[in-house]
Design a protein around this ligand. Structure first.
Ligand code: RRO
Length: 312
């Protein structure tokens, strides 16, 4: 079974990897994902220029009945240099994604300058959609600010760059963000980040389940699948074909991976379910996906990618 994908001249022998933020903060975690036989890559925890402890705990919670997760981690990370040291020293055949999430446009531009000048030969993901830093809105919801940072970035940046987007909920917003993104030679877009600022309540105590922002946090897992698929599909239908799509959100079964591919995803990332189930999730998902493809008589994901049918 051919379960591969390409982004520009980067080849992925498997289509699954972690979603940024899950199992990717430390070198041990990064190695766990990278060395799995069932991953095509790893993405690093979004880096800021300096180390950040993140928000106070509790800041992550798993909902009952497998519905998903809520988090307000607040961008805890080991700092840009830590991840740069990791990717520079790493000997691997798998292309690596280096994720950055500066707290200002200038921080992002400064980190992109360092990546441009560094020995790193993987892909770069600019996270424009962290919902959890108090007082900092998600740049991906500000179309002018998104265009501005990409304009400044592509004035000097020549490495393969993609953006991590927040979920959009209105057709006009799909149109507007696609029109902005199509102005730039992006390698990929990754959709979606968690659905920002959800609220989960503990039934026993009538209390919110996480401490930061009075309980408001990013929702992931089963609850977000329909929104994730809509974003993959809507952007695949609007973006230049040179811009590849990483589908993220709501992946707990091989069927969920298959659905992302049907909507047009090239790679598929696993966030909440990786946090819940651990590294063996990748073997299970790939096995389940292969069973579905085999049952349908397909030998390659190319038979499926973007082939979602509509009712005429
Ligand atoms: O660290 C976080 O709180 C976080 C980030 Br940077 C992100 O992009 N998405 C998310 O759900 N949490």
């Amino acid at each position: 079974m051919q379960l591969t994908a390409n982004i520009q001249n980067y080849h992925f022998n498997h289509i699954l990897l972690n979603a940024a933020g899950v199992m990717c903060q430390t070198t041990t975690e990064l190695d766990t994902v990278l060395t799995s036989k069932y991953t095509g890559s790893v993405v690093t925890k979004s880096a800021t220029p300096a180390v950040r402890p993140g928000n106070p705990s509790p800041r992550y919670y798993e909902l009952n009945h497998g519905l998903g997760t809520i988090n307000s981690m607040g961008l805890p990370n080991e700092g840009f240099d830590y991840y740069m040291n990791y990717v520079s020293a790493k000997k691997t055949d798998k292309p690596i994604f280096f994720s950055i999430a500066g707290l200002s446009k200038q921080e992002n531009i400064d980190m992109l300058h360092q990546l441009q000048d560094a020995d790193f030969d993987g892909l770069i993901e600019l996270n424009l959609s962290c919902p959890n830093v108090p007082g900092k809105p998600q740049t991906g919801y500000d179309f002018e600010a998104t265009e501005q940072i990409l304009t400044e970035a592509f004035a000097f940046f020549t490495k393969p760059l993609g953006v991590k987007l927040p979920p959009y909920f209105d057709i006009v917003h799909f149109d507007d963000i696609a029109a902005v993104l199509n102005k730039f030679p992006l390698a990929f877009v990754n959709t979606i980040n968690s659905i920002g600022n959800g609220l989960v309540i503990d039934e026993n105590t009538d209390t919110v389940v996480i401490k930061p922002k009075a309980g408001f946090g990013g929702i992931g897992g089963t609850l977000v699948k329909a929104t994730a698929l809509a974003n993959v599909r809507a952007l695949r239908n609007r973006l230049n074909t040179t811009i590849k799509i990483i589908g993220t959100g709501g992946v707990t079964t091989g069927r969920d991976v298959y659905d992302h591919i049907l909507c047009g995803a090239d790679l598929v990332e696993v966030g909440s379910q990786l946090a819940i189930e651990g590294i063996n999730v990748f073997e299970r998902l790939e096995t389940e996906l292969t069973e579905i493809l085999t049952a349908k008589g397909y030998t390659s994901l190319d038979d499926v990618r973007g082939q979602l049918k509509v009712i005429s």
